[in-house]
Design a protein around this ligand. Structure first.
Ligand code: 3HC
Length: 295
């Protein structure tokens, strides 16, 4: 089954990543079933996809008709049983091992095709833990997308010790040939390539704010103006979501026990406070009035 033959895609979870993944699959002409636990989360996911399509249309990347057709290809629901006929499923629920394991147990029961690919967008949970929650571990592969999914070209393709090379090749083929992404491969280690490098950098910036070394705006301006990064580390942590940043840091710390991966207390307190970044309206910056939150 090549990329062309994969026409029916499922996505579990419609947060920032799941809604972006559903959008790019639908933009690639695939039928998408997007499943969430509750109707409110689904409605938020749908608005996010609509807003992203409007943005793509206003940038001249899609016509109005194509926006409508893309939306029409996405079916939203709360029943994971609706994924029964899918040929490839991407799990994109919250970055927590037990939740993801539950999703893979359920997918193993409901997805009918014996050669369906069960993939995860996790950035830090071992793929092999998800694989062993199923009776078909050879078909479980990591497909890690980047935020914003419609804009970022990269997908990390992760084989566990139990993945078959055929499944890994098919998953990579889908990301590259169907979705037009570029792929890199990583071993099944927490953080894979990109987050293992990115998270210590984000945490260092948060430690700088915590110690009063410099303000968020100055740290961000330093990296944008001084190193030509598209955005500074604190704006990027806000974009990723501080809960996700903390969850990935915790997984990295658990795996490697290196102090550079340990989330600083300020990050934990901001998550406790619900200051989760852009999606919550407030993180290191206030997205409702453009102000800055004091560390
Ligand atoms: N669909 C299609 N295209 C879109 C779009 C959408 N929904 N939204 C934006 N675009 C396009 C724009 O049209 C524009 O295209 P152009 O260059 O051809 O004109 C381009 O994307 C940039 O968009 P904007 O000009 O509107 O916005 P900015 O220039 O401010 O860029 C940004 C915004 C793309 C977010 C940029 O700041 C950036 O690249 N930031 C870094 C993001 C990053 O590092 N992401 C990785 C996070 S790590 C991660 O996700 C892993 C996880 O596991 C933690």
């Amino acid at each position: 089954m090549g990329a062309e033959e994969i026409q029916r895609v499922g996505v579990v979870g419609c947060g920032l990543m799941g809604s972006g993944i559903a959008e790019v699959c639908a933009r690639a002409g695939r039928s998408v079933v997007l499943v969430e636990v509750d109707a409110r989360a689904l409605a938020r996911g749908r608005s996010r996809i609509e807003a992203s399509l409007r943005r793509a249309a206003s940038a001249g990347k899609l016509s109005e008709d194509e926006c409508g057709e893309t939306l029409a290809r996405i079916e939203l629901g709360t029943d994971i049983g609706a994924l029964g006929d899918r040929q490839l499923v991407v799990e994109a629920v919250v970055e927590a091992g037990p939740e993801k394991v539950r999703v893979f147990e359920a997918l193993d029961k409901v997805v009918e095709a014996h050669d369906a690919l069960l993939t995860s967008n996790t950035s830090s949970i071992p793929i092999v833990k998800l694989a062993t929650a199923t009776q078909r571990p050879e078909q479980v592969v990591g497909l890690h997308f980047f935020n914003p999914v419609p804009v970022m070209p990269l997908v990390e393709v992760v084989a566990s010790l139990l993945s078959s090379e055929e499944s890994v090749g098919r998953a990579e083929g889908f990301a590259v040939d169907a979705l037009g992404k570029s792929a890199i491969r990583s071993k099944d280690r927490a953080g894979f390539v990109v987050n293992a490098l990115l998270i210590p950098y984000l945490l260092s910036a948060i430690r700088m704010v915590e110690s009063g070394f410099a303000s968020p705006r100055d740290i961000d301006a330093g990296m944008v103006e001084g190193c030509a990064h598209p955005m500074g580390p604190l704006a990027l942590a806000d974009l990723i979501g501080l809960d996700t940043t903390a969850a990935v840091a915790n997984s990295l710390y658990e795996e490697f026990k290196e102090p550079l991966y340990a989330p600083p207390p300020l990050l934990a307190r901001m998550v406790d406070a619900g200051l989760l970044g852009r999606k919550a309206g407030r993180g290191f910056y206030d997205y409702t009035d453009g102000g800055e939150v004091e560390g």
